[in-house]
Design a protein around this ligand. Sequence first.
Ligand SMILES: Cc1ncc(COP(=O)(O)O)c(C=O)c1O
Length: 401
Amino acid sequence: MTVVMDDVVTRESKYVLPIYKRNPVTFVRGEGVRLYDANGREYVDLLSGIGVAALGHAHPGLARAVAEQSQTLIHTSNLFFHPLTGELAERLSKLSGLARAFFCNSGTEAVEACLKFARRYWHTKGAPRAEFVALDESFHGRTFGSLSVTSDEHYRAPFEPLLPTVTFVRTNDPAALTAAVTTSTAAIIAEPVIGEGGIRPLTPAFASAITDACTKTGALFIADEIQSGLGRTGHPFYFQALGLKPHLVAVGKALGGGVPIGAALFSQEVADTVSYGDHGSTYGGNLLACRAALCVLGELFDGGVAENVKRVGVSFERRLRALAAKHAIVKEVRGVGLMWGLELTRDAGAVVPAALERGVVVNRTAERVVRLLPPLVITEADADEALNRLDAALGAVGASA
Ligand SMILES: Cc1ncc(COP(=O)(O)O)c(C=O)c1O
């Protein structure tokens, strides 16, 4: 396949809704942690399609599973049984400790399901509660419910009015959370490691405040593990590391390794309040998506990938702290496992093209943060090479400051 970059850009700019400000690179092929552009240039991927390609690119096992399934049966709808839904739900239940799963196609849909079923829980109990408590730096998605619990004005303002029943509190401020959660709160929603908002793990003190507020008021807790879940932190879910016991969990991104699938996980207590027909999705949990997800979970948790995250995560952090010591523009290093942010003293926008020029893919989030979400299969040697390239990019940006 020959791809001419100019043709790609011209056609897109004519026909595609211009809502993504793309970097001027056209990727045409991947292998493991490497991506190749239309000119044959190689890049080390420290972003994995924003935390999706957990097994890297063109993973032979995932490619085989998807190919086999597409030659057998891709989709039949949720009007019928198929053999993989229950298998995937059982796998997720064993990993999370939650009883049941609902499958959808994206992260935002997983969050929507959690919000709806938190309301459903209180409705069934005969004591409806409408309110949600969410965090200041949160990002939960772009559909109306998810956007309503996302704080960033930039995302919200053009689409208001959103749900009026949401209170935002300062992240990692236990007193603010305690004051905001009342017996009118249907649920607290939080990312155990805030992603888009600048890679901020919740503190143990804040996690305890969530548990205490739920115990005191009956409010449910929704853990949005869309970015932090499925091995990214070295744990199946980061709520486990924090000792949290969510009633609902939203999962997405890495679940299908690139094949779109999301899931909302439910405690039995919440699942017991649901009725047939309450919610649904045409594609949700079809055979192709479930087959991909079973392959991904097998590799992550039986194939040693989650252990790789723990091992490589240690040297990755060491290297990042060394970069922070070397470059005055790096103000803080935050993260866990293979989920990291470098907060700069200035807008991080210039780092992305400087990194691409040097053959490494990174992302800017929360204005000043360079976000790193490498494929979870990355080796120490590949991580070292990628961070050498990032080192050079930070040097160039720092010198031009
Ligand atoms: C924590 C979190 N929740 C929800 C979403 C929304 O997921 P999607 O873009 O698949 O709808 C994202 C996406 O970045 C996310 O990071």
